[in-house]
Design a protein around this ligand. Structure first.
Ligand code: ADP
Ligand code: GN1
Ligand code: MG
Length: 539
């Protein structure tokens, strides 16, 4: 015969007696210090004396401290201390209910919720999913504990009270917007820590670490998109979702791994492509691609070949993508003629009185006005086709496989738009066929490396694999010259306008960058014929 010893014969104890009988305890007796009665067989302090006769006991005391105290005493003494769950309660199979806890009539304990020992979840209370109720707590009649809540030890949630989830502190979170974004993508309750990541000039990137059995793991890339630069973040995200979803199929057809060879974007918990914070700034999220490396400078020439191959292949993969469906995320992004006009205007206005500090650089750019139109004109005349291009093909916008060293995944898809192949080719050369970083102050270290250029040409033409027209192939060296000139002009424009576009670390940072670009342009001009010959040699 199943029997139960209940400590506490008050009203609550009587309810537990009734419940115990409903769930199959035939003999249910009490210990109580004050109440007398037929089925009160002793005082609470006699509990050890009954251990032989009753092996199962619970503490049905309304006071949270007393209930917890006696529940633990019973456990220590060697009693079986079961949870008592009323048959009308609804308890998720994935919920955990601790020893000596009571789940009363019509209470609900939802998925993955943990109820520790000595807890009372009273009639009609709801504890929603993923919550944690610590020992000795009392969830009052008809109260609601919402999802992801933590209820402290011995806390009393009043009858009818609603408890909203309190956010846990996440290491590395320095501002409310970042925290809101982490919660919007559903990482808030597990995330171990976040930290700034990457070296882009436009967006703000964070690495998001999540706990695993093997320790903290870099799991997601969270980015605040710069809405000063990207005025239509919804359009940016529409492009990125469209292109990456399309690429997944192409990659699958090629026998590749869509989870590693293109970005996987994550929607917010509300199903949106990005999250807008309280200041109207957009945040988006990607899966981090593990076992990948990203370079700021070519370390081995082979990497640059790989980079050319990947960017070329990317153009080919998107050959049939409906270009007209793409939003123009930055109008006239690589219209070098317009970039020149913007530069001229910045010089004329000289809003920060900085022109005096950069006369030679301004002169260098102004002398090249005629060059700026070379590719724009050919495109307008229909000699060069518009393709789906990346438009920001820096070496650090490609991930390499850490094991094989091969180009793995093209990232930073904000500027995917219809454009010229020459521009993608050229932007890569500008950044990667250089012997120093974009912001090297010592210009003696900055040179155009034609052997790296040759590596890229080989990789790019192999990657595009016959897609480019002869005119496009001829246009590639011009792409290199003009993307470098254009980027230098953009840095100089931003310097003159007071550094409102590119992130800077010190006041003349943009000027330093412009100088490296113009140094490269100068050297490319001197070796232009050789650059053309190389392209012809590989086509
Ligand atoms: P930005 O526009 O600021 O350049 P990116 O999208 O290029 O931002 O991201 C910045 C850096 O973060 C990249 O250079 C790369 O090192 C890293 N990164 C971005 N996305 C991923 C990803 N999905 N997996 C691994 N690393 C990534
Ligand atoms: C910016 O975002 P990031 O750092 O990859 C810029 C490029 C420039 C580059 C110069 C949207 O690229 O156009 O060529 O800096 N991106 C945008 O390093 O303006
Ligand atoms: Mg980038």
């Amino acid at each position: 015969m199943k029997s139960l010893l209940i400590l506490g014969a008050g009203g609550f104890g009587q309810m537990i007696q009734e419940t115990a009988r409903l769930i199959g305890y035939a003999k249910v007796v009490f210990l109580d210090d004050a109440v007398k009665g037929e089925d009160v067989i002793g005082k609470c302090c006699d509990y050890q004396a009954f251990l032989g006769e009753y092996d199962t006991a619970v503490a049905a005391l309304g006071d949270n401290g007393m209930r917890l105290y006696w529940t633990e005493k019973l456990m220590e003494a060697g009693y079986k201390v079961p949870a008592i769950i009323h048959p009308s309660a609804v308890v998720s199979p994935s919920a955990e209910i601790g020893n000596g806890s009571f789940i009363m009539q019509r209470a609900v304990v939802n998925t993955h919720t943990v109820i520790e020992h000595g807890v009372l979840v009273n009639s009609g209370a709801v504890v929603d999913h993923d919550s944690h109720v610590a020992k000795g707590a009392h969830i009052g009649l008809g109260s609601v504990v919402k999802a992801n809540c933590n209820i402290d030890v011995k806390r009393k949630v009043e009858a009818g009270e609603v408890v909203f989830s309190t956010r846990r502190k996440i290491d590395g979170v320095t501002n409310r917007n970042l925290e809101d974004a982490l919660y919007a993508f559903g990482f808030g309750n597990q995330c171990s820590y976040v930290k700034p990541f990457g070296q882009g000039h436009i967006n703000e990137t964070y690495a998001v670490y999540m706990p695993t059995d093997a320790g903290d793991e870099f799991a997601y890339i969270l980015q605040r998109v710069n809405n000063n630069v990207f005025k239509d973040p919804a359009g940016v995200m529409e492009n990125i979702f469209g292109v990456t979803e399309y690429l997944r199929n192409v990659i699958r057809d090629e026998g590749g791994d869509p989870d590693r060879e293109t970005l996987s974007c994550i929607k917010t918990k509300a199903g949106c492509t990005y999250f807008e914070d309280s200041e109207g700034q957009p945040w988006r999220c990607y899966h981090y691609i593990p076992n990948s490396v990203c370079y700021q400078l070519v370390e081995e020439p082979e990497q640059f070949y790989q980079s050319g191959n990947s960017f070329g292949h990317f153009l080919k993969q998107l050959g049939n993508y409906p270009a007209s469906s793409l939003k123009e995320t930055i109008p006239d992004f690589h219209n070098t003629v317009k970039r020149f006009a913007n530069f001229q205007r910045a010089v004329k206005r000289d809003i920060k009185n900085r022109a005096i500090t950069c006369r030679p650089e301004v002169k260098f750019a102004l002398e090249r006005e005629a060059d700026c139109g070379v590719l724009v004109k050919q495109q307008e005349e229909g000699k060069l086709p518009l393709r789906v291009t990346h438009n920001d093909t820096k070496l650090n916008n490609i991930l390499f496989d850490a094991d094989t060293g091969k180009g793995l995944c093209i990232i930073d898809l904000d500027t995917i738009m219809p454009g010229l192949a020459a521009n993608d080719f050229g932007d890569s050369i500008r950044f990667g066929a250089a012997t120093a970083e974009e912001d090297e102050r010592n210009l003696d270290l900055m040179h155009f490396d034609i052997s790296l250029y040759e590596m890229y040409v080989k990789g790019y033409l192999e990657g595009t694999d016959g897609v480019l027209t002869p005119e496009e192939i001829e246009s590639l060296p011009w792409g290199a010259r003009l993307m470098t000139l254009e980027c230098g002009m953009r840095f100089l424009t931003d310097y003159l306008e007071g550094d409102t576009y590119f992130k800077t670390a010190y006041p003349e940072h943009n000027l330093v960058r412009a100088r490296t670009q113009f140094r490269l342009v100068d050297e490319m001009e001197q070796q232009f014929e050789k650059m053309q010959e190389i392209v012809r040699q590989y086509c």
